[in-house]
Design a protein around this ligand. Structure first.
Ligand code: GLV
Ligand code: MN
Ligand code: MN
Ligand code: MN
Length: 389
């Protein structure tokens, strides 16, 4: 089924896919999903926060919900997100073919802006739905072109006035199960279940110095914010010890000219570790190094936390119940964030992982073998049958 959307949102410059929330390719994917769901007799609705719900039978309380997301990181792979959506639809196919109908409300959900690839905050759709982010704060988030979430939603036909915690939509979820491609090399059999997600967040460092001429300004006269920005990258690598992960994947110098000393530089830090204390300590260490490096260069630095979430431990009973129903598949932790991690604070939540032989994700080389994808669909169908009868 991924072949059906293989041409949507290809990024010729970066390679892979750039399918950002409320942009043309992402809107096209939403239409594709709605059409596929309707073809299977599911009734599609969009909630107040731009998430899609496809109901098999009547919507209602204590629903079993599965699904994932269709948006991507810049230059992402074909599987992160879409695999959970196509597998949900194909699981419905398998169940319909054998004459199964859910004995409780059942929906396939597609969450908006899971990657934060456009507005910077990951899992935005599920955070808004569950009240994990303030609506006004979210609506004022800007994409790299300065377009706010409010403007982008409006342009895509959504009413930004209705955005915010949605107790009705959240209250209907009885259990949530998300299938996802595994994103490291942690899974050596076709399918597993998730045990936990690392504590993780994003921080924005803005270094301010003095814009000037690259040729006419003596080195000793410079206040170049690129210098502390570079030291932040090294500090992040040094601070990530014993399983901690710290990444600088995005640096934006302003104005960004080869022969121009930047006046300001924005650097985004993604930091993750096993628990809150370790993650906070790592970020504190990196922040201190950034402040020192800025002072040495005569620059200022402003540090803002853009999003954060503590360690997620998935519901052990649901996890074990699913693992047993699938014949005893392994449970593994993950360093990647998911809408399932946000929803886990409110409802029993589980994840199924499909083996990724490359161990690569958030890059065009992300991969899963067809046989493993098929196994994932069968496992999800068996899970729905087990939980949803
Ligand atoms: C999402 O995939 C994340 O872990 O950043
Ligand atoms: Mn991802
Ligand atoms: Mn994902
Ligand atoms: Mn000149």
């Amino acid at each position: 089924m991924l072949d059906q959307i293989a041409d949507i949102g290809r990024d010729a410059q970066r390679g892979g896919y750039s399918r950002h929330a409320y942009t043309k390719p992402e809107v096209e994917l939403r239409h594709w999903f709605a059409e596929q769901a309707e073809r299977r007799g599911l009734a599609v609705e969009t909630d107040r926060n731009g998430n899609l719900w496809a109901w098999w039978g009547e919507p209602g309380a204590n629903a079993l919900v599965t699904g994932s997301h269709l948006d991507s990181v810049p230059g992402g792979g074909a599987f992160d997100g879409p695999l959970g959506v196509t597998s949900s639809l194909q699981a419905v196919d398998l169940l319909q073919a054998k004459g199964f109908t859910p004995g409780r409300p059942f929906a396939v959900a597609v969450f908006a802006e899971e990657e934060g690839g456009r507005f910077g905050v990951a899992c935005l759709g599920s955070r808004l739905l569950s009240g994990a982010i303030d609506a006004a704060k979210a609506l004022s988030l800007k994409d790299p072109d300065g377009v706010t979430l409010a403007e982008a939603m409006k342009a895509a036909g959504h009413d930004p006035e209705r955005v915010g915690r949605d107790d009705e939509a959240l209250g209907r979820i009885g259990q949530f199960v998300e299938l996802h491609v595994e994103q490291g090399r942690g899974l050596t059999v076709p399918v597993g279940v998730a045990s936990s997600i690392l504590a993780h967040g994003r921080w924005r460092f803005t270094f301010a110095g003095e814009g000037n001429h690259a040729g006419a300004t003596l080195i000793e006269d410079r206040r170049d914010p690129m210098v502390p920005a570079a030291q932040l990258v090294i500090a992040a690598r040094r601070a990530a010890r014993d399983g901690g992960r710290a990444t600088v994947g995005r640096i934006v110098p302003n104005p960004g000219g080869t022969n121009v000393i930047a006046s300001t530089v924005d650097v985004w830090l993604d930091a993750r570790d096993s628990d809150d204390a370790r993650t906070r300590a790592m970020v504190a260490e990196i922040s201190e190094a950034a402040r020192q490096a800025a002072a040495e260069e005569g620059c200022e630095v402003r540090i803002a936390e853009e999003s954060y979430g503590d360690t997620v431990h998935f519901d052990p009973r649901l996890r074990d119940d699913i693992a047993n129903a699938l014949g005893g598949v392994p449970a593994l932790p993950t360093g990647a964030g998911h809408d399932a991690g946000i929803l886990a604070a409110h409802v029993p939540t589980a994840m199924l992982f499909v083996r990724n032989p490359t161990g690569v994700s958030h890059a065009p080389e992300e991969f899963a073998e067809q046989a493993d994808v098929d196994e994932g669909v069968r496992a999800l169908a068996a899970t729905i049958e087990h939980l949803g009868s």
